[in-house]
Design a protein around this ligand. Structure first.
Ligand SMILES: C[S@@+](CC[C@H](N)C(=O)[O-])C[C@H]1O[C@@H](n2cnc3c(N)ncnc32)[C@H](O)[C@@H]1O
Length: 254
């Protein structure tokens, strides 16, 4: 790829591009959508369901809440939120990848959740919601892919009602030395191999570990949430640091 390529800066051969141009990211997820859920559950050994339940529990949802799931993909986190008790009034999932949303629609129909979960196409950097209208915002493994992280956090802050909560799940890397080496071998070698074989997409599952390594550290993301106005920011390490859960609240007086 040349430096003048419209797909972003030049990369070493075999190194996945970290260009986060929205068309490129949406195209990549559209291309793997048909295998996305299967690979998620397989490559995380089923832990992804548990991580999503932890994120929804951290929202402390009251009766009849309106929940926004940003970067909803095939709607797994939106569906988890919709099953919370006390039940939300509605869940809105936003994503810019049409094929991911189409699969989400199918899943909602077969689970009988269409009346409560609505999916719309949109960008995390320009959320299709009026200010101060949602009680809680979730993001599952999406924030790392957004071209402008600070802008997306600003948008989530804007749409939250005063007192509303945010829960973000994102991949991390374990810190304990032996575990870290083992995990990085799995994450950087085994996972891209299996992902490439099953999804038939050469780059997406190499982009995953590369984008995690290049993303903000847990401390830096927590700082960004604080400087964007969230208070009570908490970072929970899940499954030895394979995943981090970030929770924050919008102040009542803003
Ligand atoms: C790894 S998937 C996560 C899907 C889902 N949240 C989950 O927990 O499985 C990331 C999703 O983020 C979406 N995405 C990335 N950047 C986005 C943006 N700026 N606006 C909307 N969606 C975005 C992608 O299209 C993709 O569906």
């Amino acid at each position: 790829m040349s430096a003048a390529s419209p797909r972003g800066p030049a990369t070493e051969p075999g190194t996945p591009s970290l260009d986060k141009d929205p068309r490129r990211i949406a195209g990549m997820f559209d291309a793997i959508a048909h295998r996305y859920d299967q690979l998620n559950h397989l490559l995380s050994a089923g832990f992804d369901r548990r991580w999503r339940r932890r994120a929804v529990a951290a929202l402390d949802l009251g009766d009849g809440a309106l929940v926004l799931d940003v970067c909803t993909g095939t709607a797994d986190l939106a569906m988890t939120a919709s099953r919370h008790q006390p039940a939300p009034r509605a869940v809105l999932g936003v994503d810019f990848a049409g094929a991911m949303l189409a699969l989400g629609h199918e899943k909602l129909r077969s689970a009988g959740l269409s009346p409560i979960v609505r999916l719309v196409r949109g960008d995390a950097c320009r959320l299709p919601c009026p200010s101060e209208t949602v009680d809680a915002v979730t993001v599952g493994f999406g924030i790392r892919n957004v071209a402008d992280t600070a802008r997306a956090v600003e948008e989530m802050f804007r749409v939250l009602k005063p007192g509303g909560r945010l829960a973000i799940l994102e991949f991390g890397e374990p810190r304990v030395p032996v575990l870290r080496s083992l995990y990085l071998w799995y994450f950087q070698r085994v996972l891209p191999f299996i992902g490439r074989r099953l999804s038939k997409h050469a780059e997406a599952y190499a982009y995953l570990p590369a984008s995690v390594s290049a993303f903000l550290s847990p401390d830096a993301l927590a700082d960004l949430l604080r400087t964007s106005g969230f208070f009570g920011v908490r970072v929970d390490r899940l499954t030895a640091g394979v995943v981090y859960l970030y929770v924050g609240q919008k102040p009542v007086d803003t």
